[in-house]
Design a protein around this ligand. Structure first.
Ligand code: NAD
Length: 496
């Protein structure tokens, strides 16, 4: 059955006025045309949609999850003001802060990857630095022919696919960005993080409802499957597919025939040139490459160091706490952490060791290091699998380069055209510009950790969805909106 927007508005108004009549909840929000309005703070507000099996946003069936999110979005876009979006998002931030330690611990337990203390930092970054609706700026143009306005409008229901490497962080980040733009979201979370993802989503769902927002503004299916993603791609009520994860998933979305925002893999190279402050480079690269055991797509994955700074770099990174592998140990580690691809075209990672602590991985080759050692480094050639494969382990291959030009060429090759993230340690502005022009990455950091590029220890807002392939870059509410234009003719509203 097709329902028109006017009918939805009438239904929304009817439901809201019934609630008002029943005296439900505290005055928390306002609805256009109804003055000060009581929006229930109890979970009774459509937490369970009629005819669906939704439990605080978690559904057994993907079609029900879409339907409920669609109804919620129509209400969110038509019956709520921008101040309501602000209030709901503030509530999400407050409630999420209370769960940071719990979610960080549970993500480590369920996925078996990463470091608790770094997950705390990542959660706080998305909670505090994901912008709300304030970034939706209106463009206005006036002239003899009248007044033109362009505004950021919602797409509608968004299907959001989240990775195992930042499961709850991406749910928080995507929720804030997407609902700030007036959308609702149906998540397809990573199967390896489905329990903590569901818990997180339900907490955020409760926060939305408690702040007076509609139930089911964010939903998910309890069992995420590829088939669900297909059903979302084929459902006309889903207007946008947003995927954060590996290139296989991004390429699938790009073939879905639907508008798609794809945040795919990286393999970020870092250059240390002959002018670099080598102590700073070693300190920052140690910090960045070991952060959350290197599972972040934007973390430094391989270092290209100019000849004159090479020994100094290795000396200083060991001083920071890194373990320097011998050539023999490096090759033993390859046989643990890498597997030959079945088609014989090279190597792929052995997922058993992705995101594990350096001390745990090194035990596999009989090397004992203290838990405080967060990173292993090895000296290899540029064609080594540790350089070429996105390994997401706290193992940093270091390549000796004849010159800055040599380093650039090798870094470009290792990045594989992902155009995701890269960085340089240098005091030569020409070098900084040359490498930026060549590598063309979405994130480009000079003289700091690459995480500074998403606002963790750097300026600018934070995201966990870096949309390189489709070009939205460091996503925020604007990225998940469509532009609409309104034109008032004859200049009646001009003041000049
Ligand atoms: P993954 O590709 O295995 O899984 C990501 C999500 O996609 C999961 O929810 C998974 O169930 C789903 N998925 C996988 N294949 C699919 C397909 N064919 N169709 C539909 N859905 C599919 O990735 P992961 O292991 O969770 O995360 C690590 C990868 O993601 C790395 O390559 C990393 O660089 C990348 N990543 C990128 C960003 C970014 O912002 N660009 C952020 C985080 C992770």
């Amino acid at each position: 059955m097709q329902i028109s927007t006017q009918q939805i508005d009438r239904i929304v108004q009817q439901v809201l006025s019934n609630m008002q009549g029943a005296g439900a909840g505290n005055p928390a929000g306002s609805v256009p045309g109804s003055g000060s309005f009581a929006i229930a703070s109890s979970p009774a507000v459509s937490v369970k949609s009629p005819g669906s099996s939704g439990e605080e946003g978690v559904f057994e069936n993907v079609d029900d999850a879409i339907e409920a999110a669609w109804t919620a979005q129509r209400s969110w876009a038509t019956a709520y003001k921008v101040e309501d979006r602000q209030r709901v998002i503030e509530k999400i931030r407050t409630v999420s802060r209370e769960h940071v330690e719990e979610w960080s611990r549970k993500v480590v337990e369920e996925t078996g990857m990463g470091r608790y203390e770094d997950k705390v930092e990542k959660h706080l970054a998305v909670i505090n630095k994901t912008p709300g609706p304030e970034c939706l700026t209106t463009e206005a143009l006036t002239g003899d022919a009248g007044l033109m306005l362009e505004e950021y409008a919602p797409f509608g229901v968004i299907c959001a696919i989240t990775p195992t490497t930042n499961p709850t962080e991406t749910i928080i980040n995507n929720t804030i960005s997407m609902i700030a733009g007036g959308n609702s979201v149906v998540f397809n979370v990573h199967p390896r993080a489905k329990r903590v993802s569901a818990e997180c989503l339900q907490v955020l769902h409760r926060a939305i409802v408690d702040a007076g927002g509609p139930g089911n503004l964010i939903t998910m299916t309890r069992e995420p499957t590829m088939e669900n993603v297909d059903r979302m791609a084929n459902n006309p009520k889903v207007r946008l597919m947003a995927g954060t994860g590996g290139m296989g998933m991004v390429n699938t979305l790009l073939h879905s025939g639907k508008k798609c925002i794809g945040a795919g893999a990286g393999n970020p190279p870092v250059i240390v040139d002959e002018t670099a402050n080598v102590e700073l480079a070693a300190r920052k690269i140690y910090e960045g490459a070991s952060f959350d055991n290197n599972i972040l797509c934007f973390a430094e994955k391989e270092a290209f160091v100019a000849e004159s700074n090479y020994e100094g770099f290795l000396y200083n990174i060991q001083k920071e706490g890194a373990y320097l592998l011998s050539a023999q140990e490096t090759e033993k580690l390859v046989s643990v952490c890498m597997k030959r691809k079945k088609d014989g075209t090279g190597f792929e990672v052995n997922k058993d060791w992705v995101g594990k602590d350096a001390s745990v991985i090194l035990t596999q080759i009989g090397v004992k290091v203290p838990d405080s050692c967060r990173l292993a480094v090895c000296q290899v050639n540029a064609d080594h699998p540790f350089v070429q494969v996105e390994q997401m382990m706290p193992i940093l291959p270091v390549v000796r380069c004849q010159s800055f030009e040599d380093a650039m060429e090798k870094a470009l090759q290792a990045e594989h055209g992902n155009r995701h993230t890269s960085s340089i340690f240098s005091q030569d502005v020409t070098h900084m510009t040359q490498f930026a022009r060549l590598i063309e990455t979405t994130i480009y950091v000079k003289n700091s950790c690459t995480k500074a590029g998403v606002g963790i220890g750097g300026e600018g807002h934070c995201t966990m969805t870096i949309a390189g392939p489709t070009g939205e870059g460091i996503t925020c509410a604007r990225s998940f909106c469509r532009k609409r234009r309104c034109m008032l003719a004859e200049g009646g509203l001009r003041i000049i």
